[in-house]
Structures are given as structure tokens and as C-alpha cells.
Design a protein around this ligand. Structure first.
Ligand code: CP
Ligand code: NVA
Length: 304
């Protein structure tokens, strides 16, 4: 594996391999076993959008692997003043060993990989959020012990999270249902991908229909980063697209709830459901650290 640009590029085996390594690194981390697999390596982290989890988990993860991470905000980089990504990629390739980038257009991430000569990791674009969904899959497997026969449900905006959850969920063997309003459906490239999976994928505009018989429920903010101008319009479009008691009653007994965070209580999820499932949600947040360390080892280690 050279890069992590989107889950569509990965096989089921590659995803499972990352999850297995993430479990091992988590075990070692919890038991004080040092793993300086990336000793002497440097990861550049380009952020064109805000972040709490992604920034801190990548930076800490790189330190735990024996390397260092550089926080590169677009306010400071020449990218912010118009230097093309093609040149940035070629320059950074001469200094550092890998780049994590959070930005708007997926094309920018693909261009970095095309022009640079070092591994590129997608830390969120408008199209997808692969690192988050690897952590989500890790958490589901921790709680449920398997993927086969499970049904994942997503309620809300057909955004970056929905796109990655659909691809990741189907690839590892779960059924996936999604409830979103018309006009806010997942990306056409992702919907085309679902065709290979027949009735293992189901899309509706009715949250209760999507939630019926599900084992793990996801939602995400109604307004993503970069869409703030549409906040009021979206509050109207997404009213009712919420994980609440009624939705939980339609799901299977013992169903998990996951949220990539940050969460907007009483919008996409009620405070009550959020707090009842807080352990699962904060385990999910923790697993960003372990899953991303596995990704960095896979793409940046000389040995893997
Ligand atoms: N879930 C997630 O990516 O969080 P941050 O935006 O805080 O990085
Ligand atoms: N869909 C959200 C995810 C944040 C982690 C956004 O893009 O803002």
C-alpha cells in the first residue's frame, strides 16, 4: 500500500490487515510495549480545515512510533498564498517521509500523490474520511467481534462520512442502509460502487426504515466544514434525520451508536442517546490513534 487516498482504492484484505495491525499496536500501547517502527521519520500534516482528533492523534501517534510530526497550517504554508499543490508536493518530498492532508477537494489529495514521491494520507476531504472509518470499523469489530451478518445504518447527510462508511462497511462484509433527504445523497461514484453489492445496500429518505434491524447506527453533522453558509437551509432539510429513542427502538437490541465527532446534540443525535452510548463513541475517538498508527506503518515503514 503506497497511499491512503480513499477506501475505494483498498481491497477487503488491505482493510482487514490495517485493522489487525491497529489491534496489535493498541495492545502494545496499553501494555507499555515500545514500537518505534518509524524511528527517524517525519510526517508533515497539512490542515486547510480545523481539527481536534485528527491533528492530536496523528501527532501523538507519530511520536509513539518513534518519529515526529510537523503541523503545517495553510495560514502559514505558501499554499495559502497560491503556491500550487504540484510544487508543494515535490518540495516536501525532498524533506519528509509522508504527508497527511485535510482539505476540501479530493483532487488536491490525488494531485499530491501524483506529483510527490512520498506516501499521502487523506485526513478528510469533502469526498471522504477514510482514517475515521478505519477507526470506526476497528471499534465495531472490538464490540461485536465480527462484520459478517451485521447491518450498519447511517442517518443524515450523504457527506464524506457517509461515502466512506458505505464503501468501508460493504467491503468488510456488512449490509449498509442509509437514510438521507433527496438532494443530499452520497456521491455518485459511491452509489455506482454499491451496485456491485445488490441488496446489501439500501437507501431511503425514511430514518426508521433505514434503522430497522440495524446493529450499529451512525450519524454526522448536518452542516460539514466549508458549508457554514448553508446552515439554516440544512436545519430545515435535515429536521427529523436524528438518532433518537424512536430510531433506537427500530434497531436491534444492543445496537451500537457511533459518531465521528464533533457532535451537535439535539440536531443529528439527542443528548440522551449520545450519553447512553458515550463509551462506544469515545472508544471510537480513541481508535483514531491506533488505526492511524497502523496506516502510517503500512505506508511509511521500510519493512511493511
Ligand atoms: N472526527 C474528526 O475527524 O475529528 P476532527 O475534525 O476533530 O479531526
Ligand atoms: N462531515 C464532517 C466530519 C467532521 C469530522 C465535516 O466534514 O465537517
Amino acid at each position: 500500500m503506497k497511499h491512503l487516498l480513499k477506501l475505494l482504492d483498498l481491497s477487503k484484505e488491505e482493510i482487514i490487515d490495517i485493522l489487525n495491525l491497529a489491534d496489535q499496536l493498541k495492545y502494545e500501547n496499553k501494555n507499555g510495549i515500545e514500537h518505534h517502527i518509524l524511528k527517524g521519520k517525519t510526517l508533515g500534516m497539512i490542515f486547510q480545515k480545523s481539527s481536534t482528533r485528527t491533528r492530536v492523534s496523528f501527532e501523538t501517534g507519530m511520536y509513539q512510533l518513534g518519529g515526529q510530526a510537523l503541523f503545517l497550517s495553510n495560514r502559514d504554508l505558501q499554499i495559502g498564498r497560491g503556491e500550487p499543490v504540484q510544487d508543494t508536493a515535490r518540495v516536501l518530498s525532498r524533506y519528509i517521509d509522508g504527508i497527511m492532508i485535510r482539505t476540501f477537494a479530493q483532487k488536491e489529495v490525488e494531485d499530491l500523490a501524483g506529483y510527490g514521491s512520498i506516501p499521502i494520507i487523506n485526513g478528510l476531504t469533502d469526498f471522504c474520511h477514510p482514517c475515521q472509518v478505519l477507526a470506526d470499523l476497528m471499534t465495531i469489530r472490538e464490540y461485536k467481534g465480527r462484520f459478517d451478518g451485521l447491518k450498519m445504518c447511517y442517518i443524515g447527510d450523504g457527506n464524506n462520512m457517509a461515502n466512506s462508511l458505505i464503501v468501508g462497511g460493504l467491503k468488510v462484509g456488512m449490509s449498509v442502509s442509509i437514510a438521507c433527504p433527496e438532494g443530499y445523497r452520497p456521491d455518485p461514484q459511491v452509489l455506482k460502487f454499491t451496485k456491485e453489492y445488490g441488496d446489501k445496500f439500501f437507501m431511503t429518505d425514511k430514518p426508521l426504515e433505514a434503522a430497522a434491524g440495524s446493529d450499529v447506527l451512525f450519524t454526522d453533522v448536518w452542516t460539514s466544514m466549508g458549508e457554514e453558509d448553508e446552515t439554516e437551509k440544512r436545519k430545515i432539510a435535515f429536521a427529523g434525520y436524528q438518532i433518537n429513542d424512536e430510531v433506537m427502538a427500530a434497531a436491534n437490541e444492543g445496537a451500537m451508536v457511533q459518531h465521528c465527532l464533533p457532535a451537535h446534540r439535539e440536531e443529528e443525535i439527542t443528548e440522551k442517546v449520545f450519553e447512553a452510548h458515550a463509551n462506544e463513541i469515545f472508544d471510537e475517538a480513541e481508535n483514531r490513534l491506533h488505526a492511524q498508527k497502523a496506516v502510517m506503518v503500512k505506508v511509511m515503514s521500510d519493512k511493511q
